[in-house]
Design a binder for this molecule. Sequence first.
Ligand SMILES: [Zn+2]
Length: 302
Amino acid sequence: MRFLVILVVFILSFSYGMQLEKVDKDIYMVRGYDGLPSEKNRGFISNAYGIFVKDGWVVIDSLSTPELAREFISLLKKEKNVPIKYLIVTHYHLDHWYGASEFKKEGAYVIAHKNLKKFYESGQAMEALENFKRRFKNLFKNVKLTPPDFTVRDEITISTGDKSFKVISMTPAHTNTDIVVYMPDRKFIFVGDLVFYKRIPFVGDSNASSKGWLKVLKDLEKMDIDKIFAGHNYPLDKKAIDFTYQYISFLRTQIAKMKDEGLFYDEIKKKLQDIEYKKFPMFKEFHNQNIYKIYNELDFEF
Ligand SMILES: [Zn+2]
């Protein structure tokens, strides 16, 4: 019997379940697992947030699939059975956007950066989805791309229920579709994938800009912020902004220096393997792509 209990606990702890956690007054999150999408983790690799606004929910990010989104919605409804009024998508990556169709079904108004709408309309979003469907077999088979109902170019304010949110464009950085959601009365900010702590950021997107990202981090640093809610960490404070800044500027400085010394890409890559950052999650998955992207980006800067 005792053995059975231990076995069940052991299996559950590896089953990539979803739990709704209250992380502050009226703020709820589900915490995704570290890693790339797989059948095993069901694509549950990112966080999503629900903010209770008295007569409804405002949701930040949709998770990776309609199945995960549905699970998240039912957890929110179990907590407070009120409608989902808004879904705000922090950027176009699959783990933040691909579950959006389920929120639309709930009657939510979808908000994203204007470049996300462009990406959708250009057909590139569909091309990317087809690629992911091939690469990950069944994982994304039910994904329906959902364009935003309203787009943000610079900044908008949403007042709903008992709360108000500023949705601010902060791009190009992690992608060319990054927005943040700021709650002025609480000094809370939802940053998508712009801020990481003790985890390697992904700079490898074809629309990423490491230079733009550093500028965005400086802008965030100047804001009055008490708590940061990010796409892949538990709630953070401002020192996470510095962690992210240090990693990106370290890569930029090192790569620029070695290029000046006449080193080739392969040599640069090799010299950047045995570094302090290798102990952090996602180093193996992202670091080399980051080097490649920044190496190429620097060609156009100097
Ligand atoms: Zn992302």
